[in-house]
Design a protein around this ligand. Structure first.
Ligand SMILES: [Fe+2]
Ligand SMILES: [Fe+2]
Length: 276
């Protein structure tokens, strides 16, 4: 942790965290490569979380791409419903504790779903994420999974707690956020690829955003070449999707948390155009 930012009124430090919304294909990876090192420097970021579920041509993530994202500044890579789509990731997930699969898969699913850091100075940061169940494939109850997870010994004393909710329904994301309000630092949504304008701090001190958006080509239909997506909607026949390439933006959120209390101090969305 570099703690490039200022002290808080209560004597803690402002921990500053960037979360990048779903990275879509090569265009999205290029945006991460160009923006994250610069943002890290300019904003004094302490942690960077990147959602990489669409990083490999829109479908999952490969070990090579995970290494690439770590190399340009991702501390943690989260995924989502698409994380399993590249075969090689099944062997890689259990070997890398900074690439996470969702918490609410059944017991025995390969890979880690939580990452926790503690420093000698006593600071700590933990992250985990769940998949929603509304308009998505059925999984274990994300509410219960999170409550059980946060009771585990490894989470005790971890003040800065970031929960990602990878879900389709706004209502399910809001329900999870209000359920955890005051118990975690932030509940941030991903998956829809469209950034929402509702970043706020809930009454109990938890920051909330329904969706961080997509890091990728915005001249598209949620990252896919427009013609292909339109054809599938019109004809209802199978169409092989390909990621779009133009109008590339990094979408995400910047979160500031008091590392002593774990309370969110600020949250704002970010939209960074790709620059050569
Ligand atoms: Fe996605
Ligand atoms: Fe997703």
């Amino acid at each position: 942790m570099c703690y490039g930012s200022a002290a808080t009124e209560g004597g803690g430090w402002r921990m500053r965290i960037l979360i990048c919304g779903d990275v879509m294909g090569r265009a999205g990876r290029t945006a991460v490569t160009s923006a994250v090192p610069r943002l890290r420097r300019e904003l004094g970021l302490d942690f960077v979380v990147v959602n990489g579920e669409n990083a490999a041509g829109g479908f999952g993530i490969t070990p090579e791409i995970a290494v690439e994202l770590f190399a340009v500044g991702a501390d943690v890579i989260t995924g989502g419903n698409h994380i399993w789509e590249q075969k090689a990731i099944l062997d890689y997930l259990p070997q890398n504790s900074r690439l996470l699969r969702a918490l609410n898969y059944p017991p025995g699913t390969p890979g880690s779903s939580t990452a926790i850091w503690r420093t000698d100075s006593g600071a700590s940061f933990g992250i985990t994420y769940v998949l929603g169940r509304t308009f998505m494939a059925p999984l274990d109850d994300p509410f219960r999974a999170l409550e059980d997870e946060l009771e585990k010994p490894e989470w005790q004393g971890v003040r800065v707690r970031l929960i990602e909710v990878h879900a389709e329904a706004t209502s399910e994301k809001q329900a999870l956020a209000h359920c955890l309000d005051g118990r975690v630092s932030a509940v941030l949504g991903t998956h829809t690829h469209v950034q929402t304008a509702d970043a706020r701090i809930l009454p109990g001190g938890t920051a909330y955003l329904t969706d961080a958006g997509m890091t990728g080509p915005h001249d598209s239909i949620i990252g896919v070449e427009k013609d292909l997506a339109i054809r599938r909607f019109r004809n209802q026949l199978p169409v092989r999707f390909a990621p779009a390439r133009s109008d590339v933006w990094l979408n995400g959120a910047i979160l500031e948390v008091d590392d002593r209390t774990g309370r969110a101090l600020a949250i704002q969305t970010i939209q960074e155009p790709f620059r050569e």
